[in-house]
Design a protein around this ligand. Sequence first.
Ligand SMILES: NC(=O)c1ccc[n+]([C@@H]2O[C@H](COP(=O)([O-])OP(=O)(O)OC[C@H]3O[C@@H](n4cnc5c(N)ncnc54)[C@H](O)[C@@H]3O)[C@@H](O)[C@H]2O)c1
Length: 443
Amino acid sequence: MTRLEITMVGAGYVGLSSTVALALAGHRVHLIERNIERLEALQSGQIPFLEPDLQSAFQDCQKNICIAANLTKALKTSSIIMLAVGTPPTPAQGADLSQIFAALEDVAPLLDQTPKLIVVKSTVPVGTNAEIRAFLNSRAPNALFAVASNPEFLRQGRALRDALFPDRIVLGTSEPWALKLLHQLYAPLQHASVPETLAQFRPTQPIPMLEVSPESAELAKYAANAFLAMKISFINEIANVCAATGADVSEIKAVLEQDKRIGGDFLRAGLGYGGSCFPKDTRALSQIALRGGYEFRLLRAVIEVNSEQRFRVLQQLERRLGGFRGKRIAVLGLTFKPNTDDLRESLGVDIALELQARGAIVTAHDPTPSKPEGIDFTSDLNACLTGVDAAILVTEWDEYRNANWKDLGRLMQRKLILDGRNALEPRDMLAAGFEYLGVGRKS
Ligand SMILES: NC(=O)c1ccc[n+]([C@@H]2O[C@H](COP(=O)([O-])OP(=O)(O)OC[C@H]3O[C@@H](n4cnc5c(N)ncnc54)[C@H](O)[C@@H]3O)[C@@H](O)[C@H]2O)c1
């Protein structure tokens, strides 16, 4: 393999997982992080957030990783500069590219006659790579560089596995030398020396590398997230039809997932999607389309269904309790999915605040330490459930799936649970003496 030297800007979920994957594959990575807390954690050998397998793998490949607060030194020896900085939503629900252009302000003065490839891993609207090219051309007119769109598809909770063994790698550039360099970058992934827990996922076939235009690469990322969000809103709509007709969405899911054309992923009915990607990327894609003069009606419906779903699901509990005012309610799970400690666009937080606004007395629990603003929080599940009138399962952590609900139920004032992720077995809950409410399920 050709051992490359890379600068990765941003040590978040994407930047750090990609750094570790590329370092395990044998490349040398300069990881640049401007957030002091994250930087200091990394410099002391600790990864700054919860992500399975990442801590031990980070230690395994430390000799290939060099951590710094700025990229001045790193850029001298790197042939590739990867941008993995955040692109959060703007107040108008577009993508905020200020972190991208702030990073480029640092990169531009360091470009010279040695060719460099700027690779955009962050999720950015169509046309951003072209804007980046124009920006760098204006700031460094004599420099030799190319820009490539290389969107990331990893999932939090299994980020390292996805970074090492992605379903596909998208190479969005028309520059032949840039394409050659990107193939050299990614070809060694398949043979990376990986933690034992991940070895079983090593693909037997070569990882597909798709060469496309920068614009298609940019849009493909949004299309993928919009499609998955659509599956979630679709099954939630089916669950709502189930509730109206007496069918059971779990049985429907079992039928659908046997169909290879449909597949079973992202078909669990529930409270809807949250997190750092689906909400912002679906809204951004809607804007991208509108800016191009096209109204993406299907996507608008996906977003609407998702924002209403939590209220629809809560209604059944409200009816059962005869209103929320004065009721004590345990909210179980604040992170947007299990196996992460990320609270961005957390449904658990939103639901806890909504219940409080409607007069409920809420205590939240999560297996990860958390300090949600304005919400009473405990990391003791027993304490959270003691004396409550009802519990709502918001995030399907194993801790809740595998809990001894018979014992937990004894702590509760009323054994009433709203399973907002259809993660529990209704029969078991009934046997444990619970009133069970699921989403589109017969209880
Ligand atoms: N989180 C995911 O699951 C995921 C998956 C695929 C794609 N993405 C996309 O990847 C991008 C990054 O997402 P993330 O979740 O890793 O974000 P994040 O906020 O966790 O990480 C971004 C990091 O970049 C750092 N940073 C910003 N500007 C910097 C600079 N100039 N120099 C050094 N460090 C800088 C920030 O301090 C932060 O630590 C986003 O565009 C996101 O949409 C995220």
